[in-house]
Write a protein that binds this ligand. Structure first.
Ligand SMILES: Nc1nc2c(c(=O)[nH]1)N[C@H]1C(S)=C(S)[C@@H](COP(=O)(O)OP(=O)(O)OC[C@H]3O[C@@H](n4cnc5c(=O)[nH]c(N)nc54)[C@H](O)[C@@H]3O)O[C@H]1N2
Ligand SMILES: Nc1nc2c(c(=O)[nH]1)N[C@H]1C(S)=C(S)[C@@H](COP(=O)(O)OP(=O)(O)OC[C@H]3O[C@@H](n4cnc5c(=O)[nH]c(N)nc54)[C@H](O)[C@@H]3O)O[C@H]1N2
Ligand SMILES: [Mo]
Length: 766
């Protein structure tokens, strides 16, 4: 725990041993048990492992991957165990801790150190001009927030952020609170995550969610996994891929990095897996960062030209799609050889490799494409995903078994939060239903998303910032600009489980409100309550905490929202906030009347395994788009260019972190230990740029408004694609310019930052 206690980059001294080829296996099992023991203790921790993802237990807060129908007694992975242990830790940060540490000292600590201090147990207040947080009562805290909200000139001067762990019930009430107040300023982590998927899918198929179930994966002939590292971020997905493989699927992987899990997977749930493992990837294409649009565009062009029988599904296209002529004309323009040469240049692949992928595609009747942040966090992310949808539409691969789109969500309930109305741009039909149910007129102007919220705080247009979970200043781009923006607020409020950077970079006044997490027993209203969540495949199910909370002063997110709302709107409000909190069934009854697909919610939430939400394209090949059909789109090929002496930096996760929560300083599969400030560079590029293996450098990103610098990164020669580099976030968020965002979705371009390398400006003191 003493490692890397300070923000000081010079303290970071990673050790490098080179990448691994296999994932999971025995080291993962040993890793989970050891970590759980060290945080939660064996007596509190091990029984918890038994409850993860079981129908009578809680939903793993680790990721949004669905649970299979037949659950394994150990339905969790190493990283899920770490997420659970972080939350169920016995360590606490109470008033004594805050008395001992002035905020200035906490602001000098690393995010890792802050997180390791333990669970927040009491509401804490940082008064204007004070050096220390001091305890505050819940009612006093609500009064304080109500007074600040009341002092605003307009409700749009407040913003209400949500991270993706919040339950359906709490999320629904939270957006109701914001809208009753009069604002649609509901930025969320999704703005930085799968917003590009939502934008592209809504436009093309009419539903911003994935169209496949686990069963579809098991029935697919070809699964393309693009821009995703499931070995670390969705380890249980590897079990599904292994099962698909056994049933005959082939797997193609598109990634600038050779990620361990996609090569050999040793399933820790089976004896065979622990020893032998399965070779998952049949075709690995080491694509350049940002090259996916060029690749799928090339594939589509070749499919349109192909004389292989059934290369494209003309019946499906005629019956269910719109815009095919324009799409085909776009791909008919220009010279085929030139187009292929252009794709080769932009992808860094050979023409032969692209043709091999085409052969896989032509041999596959049913295709699923899975993706995550490697596709969504680029300037051209939305056109890339639209082109992937077109690729699937060409062969009728949406709306039939074994085929479809599979954006793999991150946070465990990020998809559910959206379904519940956490979005700055909810459609009118949702706002109409909400207004009718609760007898008020919801605001109609679109609110701020995450990037717009930062700009608004910077410009003094947002003065009160509240967050339901998350770590806003560390997760967002342009760290310095964002921290300065946050400091300009009148009041910042964080509903949180653990201490993080956002608690110590505050507005004039600040509150920390300690919330119960997934693992905690929730006895709000004097009875054990359960909540519900929605996974990445649209299945809604119950989650019940199973450990006693560490302090009676922690409240459920539902109790916190309703407590605040009652203070702000008074006891006679038309919404019976207290009644809703006393019995979550009453919240679900209201959700059922506002959100489509939730009929009989309370009964179906009690069915083990839950229920599946309707998805028109998947269920009936109906496409609720503007044209009433699935839309082909025209997406001119583009890709990021770094320019001479520069590389394209992607910022990604190590094996020992959950977003901004750092579990430890190792990245076992990439062979990095004891530190995080590494930059992975292809050895050929390194030679050309004079970057010696093991030397330290500064990373400098270039943008129209000037340079940004992240000091002291150890150079690691690593087999990434040429022209590309990789380093971990949040350390590199300082390099991502606020205005460098994806078209349409406004997602920060965290996966393609142009950087140059300069001598280390913070040499280690040894
Ligand atoms: N243990 C753990 N689990 C997690 C998380 C965590 O931090 N830790 N985070 C959760 C969240 S919120 C999310 S959104 C997901 C994130 O899950 P991932 O998207 O898997 O996470 P990243 O680490 O950002 O990895 C991005 C992957 O895309 C590749 N990539 C980068 N650029 C490109 C590109 O241009 N093209 C292609 N084809 N590939 C590219 C990278 O090499 C890397 O393998 O995981 C969730 N689960
Ligand atoms: N450069 C770069 N930046 C990125 C990304 C990237 O790939 N590169 N990825 C982006 C992505 S995909 C995402 S999703 C965002 C993540 O952004 P966020 O969701 O804002 O960040 P997290 O680190 O997941 O938030 C962790 C904090 O949430 C709180 N917390 C945990 N569980 C609970 C709970 O149950 N209730 C409450 N109330 N609080 C809880 C804890 O206090 C913890 O410190 O980051 C984005 N930022
Ligand atoms: Mo995410």
């Amino acid at each position: 725990m003493s490692k890397a206690p300070r923000q000081d980059p010079a303290q970071d001294a990673p050790d490098v041993r080179g990448p691994k080829h296999r994932a999971a296996g025995l080291p993962a099992v040993v890793g989970s048990v050891r970590f759980v023991g060290s945080q939660a203790g064996i007596r509190r921790g091990l029984p918890l492992l038994r409850d993860i993802n079981q129908t009578d237990g809680f939903d793993c807060p680790g990721c949004a991957w669905p649970e299979p129908g037949h659950r394994h007694p150990a339905e969790f992975c190493e990283n899920g165990a770490k997420a659970v242990a972080e939350e169920a830790t016995r360590r606490t940060v109470g008033p004594e801790f805050f008395a001992a540490h002035p905020v200035a000292d906490l602001a000098d600590r690393s995010g890792y150190w802050l997180g390791q201090q333990g669970r927040l147990t009491r509401p804490m207040h940082l008064a204007e001009g004070a050096d220390h947080y001091t305890p505050i009562g819940w009612d006093e805290a609500f009064d304080l927030i109500a007074a600040e909200l009341d002092a605003l000139d307009h409700p749009d001067e407040a913003a209400f952020y949500t991270s993706g762990r919040t339950s359906n019930e709490a999320a629904f009430l939270y957006q109701l609170f914001a809208r009753k107040l009069g604002t649609n300023n509901l930025p969320d982590c999704s703005n930085m995550c799968h917003e590009s998927s939502g934008s592209a899918l809504s436009e093309t198929i009419g539903v911003g969610k994935g169209s496949v179930t686990l069963d579809d994966l098991y029935r697919a002939d070809l699964i393309i996994v693009a821009g995703q590292n499931p070995g670390t971020n969705h380890p249980r997905m590897l079990t599904a891929l292994e099962k698909a493989k056994r049933a005959g699927a082939r797997i193609a992987t598109l990634n600038p990095l050779p990620e361990a899990g996609m090569r050999r997977f040793k399933n820790p749930q089976t004896a065979r897996g622990l020893t032998l493992g399965t070779e998952l990837t049949d075709l690995f294409l080491q694509i350049k960062v940002g090259g996916d649009l060029a690749l799928f565009s090339a594939l589509n062009r070749m499919l349109l030209r192909s004389d292989a029988p059934g290369a494209i599904d003309r019946d499906f296209i005629a019956a269910h799609t719109h815009g095919f002529e324009a799409f085909a004309a776009h791909h008919a323009a220009g010279d085929d050889e030139d187009a292929l040469a252009d794709a080769v240049r932009r992808t860094g692949l050979t023409a032969e490799e692209i043709r091999r992928l085409l052969e896989e595609v032509l041999a596959a009747d049913r295709i699923v494409v899975c993706w995550a942040m490697g596709l969504t966090q680029h300037r051209h992310a939305v056109p890339t995903i639209r082109e992937i949808v077109a690729f699937l539409l060409l062969r009728g691969n949406i709306g039939r078994p074994g085929a479809g789109v599979c954006p793999v969500r991150g946070h465990s309930n990020v998809q559910g939060d959206r379904t519940m109305g956490i979005w700055e741009r909810m459609p009118d039909r949702f706002l109409d239903a909400l207004g009718t149910e609760f007898d008020f007129a919801p605001p109609r102007d679109h609110g701020h998303d995450t990037v717009e919220t930062i700009r608004a705080m910077r410009d003094g247009r947002v003065k009160v910032f509240a967050a339901m979970g998350g770590n806003f200043v560390a997760a967002t781009p342009d760290t310095e600009a964002t921290e300065n923006a946050m400091r300009r607020c009148r009041l910042t409020v964080h509903v949180s489980t653990k201490l993080n950077r956002s608690h110590v970079v505050t507005g004039a006044r600040a509150l920390i409100l300690p919330a119960l997490g997934r693992t905690d027993i929730d006895a709000t209203g004097g009875r054990e309550q359960f909540v519900t969540v929605e996974d990445s495949m649209g299945i809604v199910h119950a989650s019940r905490g199973t450990v006693p909370p560490l302090s009676p002063d922690m409240r459920s997110e539902v109790a916190i929202v309703t407590g605040l709302a009652r203070t702000v709107f008074g006891p006679d409000d038309a919404v019976p906030w207290d009644d809703l909190a006393a019995d979550y069934d009453r919240i679900r009854d209201r959700i059922e009347r506002v959100v489509p697909g939730f009929a009989d919610y309370n009964a179906r939430a009690r069915v083990p395994g839950g229920f599946t939400l309707p998805h028109a394209p998947r269920d009936t090949r109906a496409f609720p788009t503007s044209t009433g059909k699935a839309n082909f789109t025209v997406n001119p090929v583009t890709s990021p260019e770094a320019g001479p002496g520069r590389l394209l930096l992607q910022t990604l996760r190590s094996h020992d972190q959950f977003n901004t929560t750092i579990y430890g300083l190792d990245d076992r599969y990439r062979g990095i230990s004891d530190g995080r400030r590494v930059v992975l560079v292809n050895p050929e590029d390194a030679r050309e740029l004079g970057l010696a293996d093991g030397a330290y450098c500064d990373l400098v990103s270039e943008w129209s408004d000037g340079d940004r610098r992240a000091p002291h990164f150890k150079i690691v020669h690593y087999p990434t694609a040429r022209g590309c580099a990789a380093a971990y976030f949040p350390e590199t968020n300082v390099l991502v310019p606020l205005d460098s965002v994806a078209e349409t979705s406004n997602t920060p371009t965290s996966k393609s930052i142009v950087v140059r390398f300069e001598p280390d400006s913070a040499p280690a003191v040894r």
